[in-house]
Design a protein around this ligand. Structure first.
Ligand SMILES: [Zn+2]
Length: 230
């Protein structure tokens, strides 16, 4: 019977469902999946937006540019494993909205490079660092940059032909990144408020402040020569 419901009625029913229910519904059959997951239509966006406003009032920010409502909610609430390796231990998992990643420490380390490694081994000039979105350092890890982003930044930087062009480009990028920093911090906060209760947030803070990381050696970033990078 459910598969034969008129479309309008189905949309009406969806408007009463929480994000978790919507996600379950999208797993039932292709028709529901098309409506709720694959489709980027205004109707799909509106269904998930309604659920977000009703059931997740702590998330006041809309999805960032380029992310649909359903991808955003999946990332903020629904995902339960590392997005790369399926690790399920929640103490090893964390949201890094700066990189659009919910992942374990190991996968984070494999995809990032520390500020120190960037400067000393990759020989990236310091003036290029503000052009990227880093993860702020904490007691467990140094300031990290996403390798993919570093490489793409260098590729674009090398296309610039003169100093004037480079200066303007760096200025624009740095300003954009500075603005993004606060927004990303807020996304991370809102994620943590939704996913963890008060006690878990305290425990996480405690672990960040007092425990040493499991993989300190990995946060140096993958070994590679500056020639390989440039
Ligand atoms: Zn992982």
């Amino acid at each position: 019977m459910a598969s034969q419901l008129p479309f309008e009625l189905l949309i009406e029913i969806c408007s009463y469902l929480s994000p978790i229910d919507l996600y379950s519904l999208s797993m039932i059959c292709k028709r529901y999946r098309k409506l709720l997951w694959l489709n980027k239509s205004a109707t799909t966006q509106s269904i998930w937006r309604t659920a977000r406003h009703k059931f997740m009032p702590h998330i006041t920010l809309p999805p960032p540019d380029g992310m649909s409502e359903q991808q955003f909610i999946y990332m903020m609430v629904l995902i339960q494993r590392c997005m790369f390796c399926e690790e399920e231990d929640r103490w090893k998992l964390a949201m890094h909205f700066e990189f659009r990643m919910y992942c374990c420490q190991r996968c984070l380390a494999e995809r990032t490079v520390s500020r120190d490694t960037l400067i000393k081994e990759w020989e990236i000039p310091i003036y290029l660092l503000p052009c990227m979105q880093p993860l702020t350092a904490n007691a467990q890890r140094p300031q990290l940059f996403l390798m993919k982003e570093v490489k793409s930044l260098l590729k674009n930087y090398k296309k610039l032909t003169n100093d004037k062009e480079r200066k303007i480009w760096i200025n624009e990028k740095s300003q954009r990144m500075a603005k993004l920093k606060d927004t990303n911090r807020e996304y991370n906060n809102q994620h943590d408020i939704g996913r963890y209760d008060h006690n878990e947030r305290l425990e996480r803070l405690f672990r960040t402040l007092h425990m040493s990381t499991d993989y300190p050696y990995m946060f140096r970033g993958r070994r590679c020569t500056s020639r390989e990078i440039w």
